[in-house]
Design a protein around this ligand. Structure first.
Ligand code: B3K
Ligand code: ZN
Length: 878
């Protein structure tokens, strides 16, 4: 058990840095278990600050500390495992330090570490302090020059910026010197050294400059970087077209590494990627992998302006770069792959993760006000809800003012670290609007509930819409203020055709109602017949909408809403009501048949995009349904959802078979949206067919698996077989492993497929897999493939009434915390929602959280999340 409770860091305590570092010259003498880091910093006191110098430094073995060339004595400085303190310094001076670090022993994958025999770094948020003594905070911007020395076997020596010099050194060693002309916070520092292959290309920017593009990968893997390179070039062009942003250095590099705590990192000019989000070819990567690679390559590239050139003043402002950059990558993906399909996928992800976060003890505002470990705040709320807030801002002020505000933001803040207030101020200025109330979106946690009721007065042709909002209390925020919520509305007639209307005398097909108080009433006129209201089109705000619409209206929307998001949403709402009805003992067999017929009609629509149909075909996920059931009963949800799947599979049996055979791939594989959409629909059809109890389906799935010419179809077949189970499934697993055992990224998929197995023996299988020779607990991809997939995507087995799966997860959290706290903390989330589950399950989940909290030597990361999950407002001593 922790003996003391660490004090939280608070936004209100922000003070500018006492010392600034204008320039630094770093020398790395690389050796895997004894790397020397020499740092020469030009330091100056910031204004009138009188405090002593206190730089961060952790896990550093100090060799020497000198000021202006004079070594400091013991009495002149102190080093305590967290800080280097120098009580007495001049106002401007050169600080020289030398430290030794052990990258090989660093399994936390934070700072400088080894991955597959190569040196690499991860410094966001606070990894740089494990490399050298430094004021490790994002508002200290410095110009870096970096000299790397290493054995010749580490053939490539890479750091941020431009390469200045390379050459041989005695003793079979060599060196390289890099200079980054743009001042940057230390969290954007990067270094990579090792044997790597490179894929090279070039891009001519809007002003005619030629940029060298290089993607570094494991030897032999360069062809698998081709798609990422293509995505990079499209991203660079898109940022010029959509935001007028041009790349600034002459060189842009990406390196793929296998051991990485998350997806990727936007280090200036030298992005580092988890190889799972970079390497792809049709044989080893699924369409979903291609899609994610495209979006993450774009995301990290877009950070060059939103994050690197303009950065955050402190870590409370994280959404300033993350929410905004997610909004930018979502907009890019929508342009690449279709707006409706992209929006549906983004909203699905938002609901699955962010809405869940908001409903539990880990709820926090888009801009939090206190934390113990900032690593714990790289959350769906900061990223996904942060992006929704930007989207609403654009809706509220219009696209032209939005672009003008972005231009002003870049102009005003280039080369600086800033705040969300300053960001919003730019939009208030260009739009001449008071955005004070809008700021509440950043400060208030929780998902607002919006109710809509409509009354139609046939005689007057008037539709009265009443909207009201309410947000439930969240930890630390018992009372909530109303938010400005943009609700986009359109009307259909009884035949599903768009019905025009008048608002304040203006003829419209669609309008945005801003609900900015607790309630608002709007009257639309010129409404000739009883309308079907299509509300919250395009998911215009991150809220839960409850309306008094009848099922009949939802069927009209499902059949023909021109807003494709709402067409999909109508189907989801119908399905959700049917499944939850059945799960609570109110099965509606007639309704289920009617739903199956409507889905059949939607599938028959020749004009509809296959990718959209694939989304229509998928029922709401079990975690999504659990959010709508209070208290949640995962077993009842699973059974009810399966019952509806079986009904659809039987009812649509012929259509599904036709789709499955008709969409068979002909010609060459293309990872583009059209090809991916066809494969998605074919695999969705197979997944649904797997719920058909007839025995020939197993053979069909096995045939699909065997005939697959790409990984998307291989995984489609394997997933269907996972759902069916039995001998064919076991055979496919053995075959898969034999075929792909030398491909780590594919073997991750093999682990993940088994973690999703809904069969009763799933936990036993997952536990046995932790002893499989291919299981590597220290590799986050592998650990997540098995443990996270099981806990997050196999609810019926994770919530086993015995509590054995909770115990398994808690054991994994504790074991992982011993060497990689950041990754361990990310495993806590599935236990965090314990209050939402049936009391007998909730009690078992809670008991595991308590067991974790009582464990000796817990990291701050896990301590913070577990104590918050247990419901303490501020983490305090247990
Ligand atoms: N900025 C990084 C995330 C860093 C996470 C640190 N715990 C990747 C991204 O969001 O682009
Ligand atoms: Zn980001």
């Amino acid at each position: 058990m922790r003996t003391e409770s660490p004090p939280p860091i608070r936004l209100v305590d922000y003070r500018p840095p006492a010392f600034l570092v204008d320039e630094v010259y770093l020398t790395f003498e690389l050796k895997p278990s004894a790397t020397r880091v020499k740092a020469k910093l030009k330091v100056r006191r910031n204004g009138e600050h009188a405090e002593p110098l206190k730089f961060n430094g952790e896990r550093l073995t100090a060799i020497s500390v000198a000021i202006d060339g004079r070594a400091l004595t013991q009495g002149e400085h102190a080093i305590d495992g967290e800080f280097l303190t120098i009580p007495d310094t001049p106002d401007a001076f050169t600080l020289e330090t030398e430290v030794e670090i052990d990258p090989d022993a660093n399994k936390a994958l934070d700072g400088l570490y080894m991955s597959a025999g190569r040196f690499c770094t991860q410094c966001e948020a606070e990894g740089f302090r494990k490399i050298t003594f430094w004021p490790d905070r994002p508002d200290v911007l410095s110009r870096f020059t970096v000299r790397i020395e290493a054995d010749n076997s580490f053939a490539r020596l890479l750091a941020n910026g431009n390469l200045m010099e390379t050459g041989p050194l005695p003793g079979g060693r060599h060196f390289a010197v890099w200079n980054d002309p743009f001042p940057k916070p230390c969290y954007l520092f990067a270094l990579v050294a090792g044997e790597l292959d490179v894929l090279e290309d070039k891009l001519v920017t809007m002003s005619g400059r030629t940029i060298d593009l290089r993607i570094y990968v494991d030897p032999g893997m360069a062809p698998r970087a081709a798609y990422a390179m293509d995505a990079l070039k499209r991203s660079m062009k898109w940022d010029e077209d959509a935001f007028g942003r041009e790349y600034d250095l002459d060189l842009f590099m990406i390196v793929a590494v296998r051991d990485f705590n998350f997806g990727a990192m936007e280090n200036k000019g030298l992005n580092i990627f988890n190889s799972s989000l970079l390497l792809a070819d049709p044989a080893t990567a699924t369409d979903m992998d291609f899609e994610r690679i495209e979006s993450v390559v774009a995301h990290e590239y877009f950070h060059n302006w939103t994050g690197d050139r303009v950065t955050c003043r402190d870590w409370f402002q994280l959404c300033l770069k993350e929410g905004l950059t997610v909004f930018r990558d979502q907009s890019f993906s929508a342009d690449m792959r279709g707006h409706a399909v992209q929006r549906i996928k983004d909203v699905k992800a938002l609901r699955a993760r962010q809405f869940a976060e908001d409903q539990g003890p880990l709820a926090h505002p888009v801009r939090p006000t206190s934390y113990l470990k900032i690593d714990n705040f790289y959350t769906a709320t900061i990223y996904e809800k942060g992006a929704e807030v930007i989207r609403m801002l654009k809706t509220l002020i219009g696209p032209d003012a939005f672009r003008a505000g972005m231009d002003l933001y870049f102009e005003r803040w280039d080369g600086h670290a800033t705040t969300v207030e300053e960001f919003i101020r730019c939009f208030a200025e260009v739009s001449d609007k008071d955005l004070t109330a809008f700021f509440t979106w950043y400060e208030q946690a929780g998902t607002p509930n919006v109710t809509l009721s409509s009354r139609y007065d046939e005689a007057r042709g008037e539709l009265t819409l009443e909207l009201a909002q309410e947000t439930a209390p969240t930890p630390g925020q018992p009372t909530k203020r109303p938010l400005p919520i943009p609700v986009t509305i359109g009307l259909l007639d009884g035949d599903g055709r768009t019905q025009a209307f008048l608002r304040d005398g203006q003829a419209l097909d669609e309008t945005v109602i801003v609900l900015d108080g607790e309630r608002t009433t709007v009257t639309l006129t010129g409404v000739d017949e009883r309308p079907v209201v299509s509300a919250l089109r395009g998911f215009s705000a991150p809220v839960k909408l409850v309306s008094n619409a009848e099922a009949r209206d939802r069927y009209i929307l499902l059949a023909g809403d021109p807003d494709l998001f709402n067409r999909w949403e109508a189907g989801q709402e119908l399905a959700r009501a049917l499944i939850l009805g059945r799960a609570t003992g109110q099965a509606d067999e007639v309704g289920e048949e009617r739903y199956a017929e409507a889905v059949g009609r939607a599938l028959a629509d020749q004009a509809a995009d296959p990718a959209f149909k694939a989304l229509l075909l998928a029922l709401p996920s079990e975690p999504d349904l659990a959010l709508a059931m209070n208290p949640a009963d995962p077993a009842a949800i699973h059974d009810a959802r399966e019952a509806l799947r079986t009904r659809l599979a039987l009812h649509l049996s012929d259509e599904l078979k036709r789709l499955h055979s008709g969409l068979q791939e002909i010609g060459e594989f293309s990872p583009d949206a059209a090809g991916a959409g066809r494969r998605a629909l074919r695999n969705a059809a197979l997944e649904l067919m797997a719920a058909n109890p007839r025995s020939e389906i197993g053979e069909l799935a096995a045939g699909h698996y065997q005939a697959a010419a790409n990984m998307t179809d291989t995984m489609g077949g394997l997933l269907a077989l996972t759902l069916i189970g039995g001998e064919l499934y076991e055979k496919a697993l053995t075959d898969f492993y034999g075929r792909w055992k030398s491909e780590p990224l594919v073997i991750d998929k093999w682990f993940a497929a088994q973690a999703r197995d809904p069969d009763e023996g799933a936990l036993g299988r997952v536990m046995a897999l932790t002893a499989h020779p291919a299981f590597e607990a220290k590799n986050p991809n592998r650990l997540r493939a098995l443990v996270s997939t099981f806990a997050n995507f196999n609810p019926v087995r994770f919530h086993d009434p015995s509590g054995a799966s909770y115990r398994f997860l808690a054991d994994q959290i504790l074991a992982t915390d011993g060497f990689n706290p950041m990754t361990a903390a990310r495993l806590v989330e599935p236990l965090g929602g314990w209050r939402r589950y049936k009391p007998e399950l909730g009690a078992l989940m809670r008991a595991e959280l308590e067991r974790i909290l009582a464990a000796p030597g817990l990291s701050k990361n896990v301590f913070e999340l577990v104590s918050r999950a247990l419901g303490e407002k501020e983490p305090t001593q247990p």
